[in-house]
Design a protein around this ligand. Structure first.
Ligand code: FAD
Length: 325
């Protein structure tokens, strides 16, 4: 019998994250193509609330593993809960939206269950044999990968696949009572420090305005923020800006930061090093502002402005403001 397709759901304040809705969207497509059921899994201290919300987005069943011990993410207890569910129900594929949590959890589970894993997937064919497309060599090439055996774990890149939308139905929510072992809690989370953010995170944003070393000083990000305010955008940064202490690590886009794919990415004073490009080159439209006409970023952008960002960015901001009326 054909096995089900699952999506793993990350939730915040009882609501699924956008990347998780994209995971449901892709998992739903795959389940539809194979004519199998779509399952969703929510794990956490308030999994029940999130599961009730997720149930509206198209799954046939939502597994809600709720336990106070799951309040903070920690690899072992989460891997225990999801691993036990996978062993019990044997889904063919589990789709995660790429996040720091998902990268950690999917890799641990794949290793524990001796299963296949493809990370950062940007294309998926699955009505017959499952074939995933993923970038390699820091985005310079794409590779198609097949899988031996099941289950298969996939993390999908944000903003590549459409997010699921409520379909007017409400799925059954199955409560799961997690069973732990003492060794699952060898690591204890003492405190979670969430940086205060007035803006949307780069991973969730439709528009990102990013600044690099060309910004020259942290206070100069005020001009980036003004443009971001006009566009309703998130603020991103290159590693050079983060390493200089001008921006928090949570803003970093690139190989060792976040991989984003917004509709619009505006790169200001960013040269376009391959490690930065790997994090943003799948953006739908890329605008580069750089005073060096030979900067590599101009090879990947859709619109390039050669000029001093301290003149160009305020001028663009003013133009956007005027056009918005
Ligand atoms: C293992 C590894 C992982 C890495 N991971 C990442 C990563 O995740 N993300 C990342 O970004 N980098 C990463 N890097 C670093 C990467 O190689 C580059 O060093 C970094 O991206 C450069 O940042 P930048 O473009 O801001 O700075 P620079 O390369 O110094 O470029 C600054 C640009 O600003 C322009 N400029 C200067 N003044 C102005 C002005 N007034 N107006 C307009 N333009 C101006 C310059 O022409 C230049 O093109 C990684 C490197 C390694 C080795």
């Amino acid at each position: 019998m054909a096995k089900d397709i699952w999506a793993f759901i990350e939730a915040r304040d009882g609501k699924p994250r956008k990347i998780s809705l994209e995971a449901i969207g892709k998992a739903k497509e795959l389940a539809g193509a194979r004519g199998v059921k779509l399952g969703a899994v929510v794990i956490g201290a308030d999994a029940g609330a999130a599961a009730a919300e997720v149930a509206k987005y198209g799954p046939d069943v939502v597994y809600a593993a709720e336990d106070a011990k799951l309040k903070d993410y920690s690899t072992e207890p989460y891997a225990r809960v999801l691993g036990d569910l996978v062993k019990e129900h044997s889904p063919a594929v589990v789709v995660f939206g790429v996040s720091i949590l998902a990268k950690d959890l999917a890799a641990r589970l794949a290793a524990r269950l001796g299963a296949s894993l493809a990370g950062d997937v940007v294309g998926l064919e699955g009505d017959g044999e499952l074939v995933a497309t993923r970038p390699v060599y820091a985005g310079k090439a794409q590779t198609k990968v097949g899988f031996k055996g099941e289950p298969v774990f996939l993390t999908i890149r944000p903003n590549v696949f459409p997010a699921a939308t409520p379909d007017g139905k409400t799925a059954e929510v199955v409560k799961v009572s997690p069973k732990f072992e003492d060794k699952d809690f060898r690591v204890q989370v003492k405190e979670t420090i969430i940086p205060k953010k007035e803006r949307v995170d780069v991973l969730e944003a439709d528009i990102i305005v990013s600044g690099g070393r060309g910004m020259k000083a942290p206070e100069n990000y005020a001009i980036i923020e003004k443009l971001a305010d006009q566009l309703g955008a998130a603020v991103g940064a290159s590693r050079a800006a983060v390493d200089a202490g001008w921006r928090p690590y949570s803003d970093q886009v690139g190989q060792t930061g976040k991989v984003v794919g917004p509709n619009l990415y505006v790169a200001c004073g960013i040269s376009g090093a391959i490690q930065h490009l790997v994090g943003m080159s799948s953006s739908k439209v890329i605008v580069a502002i750089n005073k060096d006409p030979d900067a590599p970023i101009f090879k990947v952008c859709d619109y390039g402005i050669v000029g001093d960002l301290f003149e160009v960015v305020p001028a663009v901001t003013e133009e956007v403001r005027k056009r918005k009326g």
